[in-house]
Design a protein around this ligand. Structure first.
Ligand code: NAP
Length: 250
């Protein structure tokens, strides 16, 4: 029997942790005593700010640049973390982009770039950590999907397809890894205040949210922290937890 996974002393990798939701997740898990690896693509100084913020509150963190759309870049990232930290206990697949447009006019490069990062990137990272997690017979994988992956959205066929794909990937990986003590879950945010949503017409969106406000990155971080914690979430796998102010009720 393996010892339970505690956040204190565990190593957590958060992709796309320089800004927005990933940043809030990194800070939250850092405050629980985890060593946090801050992945970023293009914002080294923002990533360093997150590292400093975690360290200044007594936590441990470092940053690594890697393009999650690119499998060899992901493999290098995982190799570096395993060399530096010796293990990865929690993987949070958070990095994501939007390239919105009506389907009829959507350029194939916008389709492909969203699928490549938001879906294939989750596959690359999950595959790359799986060997070490299977060996240590414990781990948590938490994928950030979206309610758009559940209900679709006009103008976001690429994004909705990728986020639906993440849900199928989450459930399949949960079934494959369960016997080895690894849980795989997804968190589906509604509309959260980040750079990704800053240009949207929020009045119209808010009118469809029963709780009457956009979410904050910390709302998502709280759910991720719960899914990463032991024993709280030890018996939960293959699930999609919506954090959307009640916007989508099924
Ligand atoms: P954001 O504020 O735009 O931040 C995106 C993060 O992803 C940044 O840290 C960025 O790093 C990183 N990133 C972008 N391209 C990358 C790449 N190729 N490789 C590695 N990292 C990359 O976005 P967010 O709103 O926090 O969204 C985070 C996740 O939540 C995404 O998966 C998104 O789809 C999902 N989500 C968001 C909302 C929402 O309302 N905001 C709702 C549902 C789901 P750099 O700073 O280096 O560019």
């Amino acid at each position: 029997m393996n010892s339970p996974l505690r956040l204190k002393g565990s190593t957590v990798l958060v992709t796309g942790a320089s800004r927005g939701i990933g940043k809030a997740i990194a800070i939250s898990l850092g405050s629980e005593g985890a060593e946090v690896v801050i992945n970023y693509a293009n914002s080294p100084s923002k990533a360093e700010e997150v590292v400093s913020q975690i360290k200044s509150s007594g936590g441990s963190a470092y940053s690594i640049q890697a393009n999650i759309s690119d499998e060899s870049s992901v493999n290098d990232l995982i190799k570096t973390v395993l060399e530096k930290s010796g293990k990865i206990d929690v993987l949070v697949n958070n990095a994501g982009i939007t390239r919105d447009g009506l389907l009829m006019r959507m350029k194939s490069e916008d389709w492909l770039s969203v699928i490549q990062l938001n879906l294939s990137g989750v596959f690359f990272c999950t595959k790359a950590v799986s060997r070490s997690m299977l060996k240590q017979k414990q781990g948590r994988i938490i994928n950030i999907t979206s309610v758009v992956g559940l209900i679709g959205n006009a103008g976001q066929a690429n994004y909705a397809a990728a986020k639906s794909g993440v849900i199928g990937l989450t459930k399949s990986a949960a079934k494959e890894f369960a016997s080895r003590g690894i849980t795989v879950n997804a968190v589906a945010p509604g509309f959260i205040e980040t750079d990704m949503t800053k240009n949207l017409n929020t009045d119209e969106i808010i009118s469809n949210i029963p709780l009457g406000t956009l979410g904050k990155p910390e709302d998502i971080a709280g759910t991720v922290r719960f899914l990463a914690a032991d024993p709280a979430a030890a018996y939960i796998t293959g699930q999609v937890i919506q954090v959307d102010g009640g916007m989508v009720m099924s």
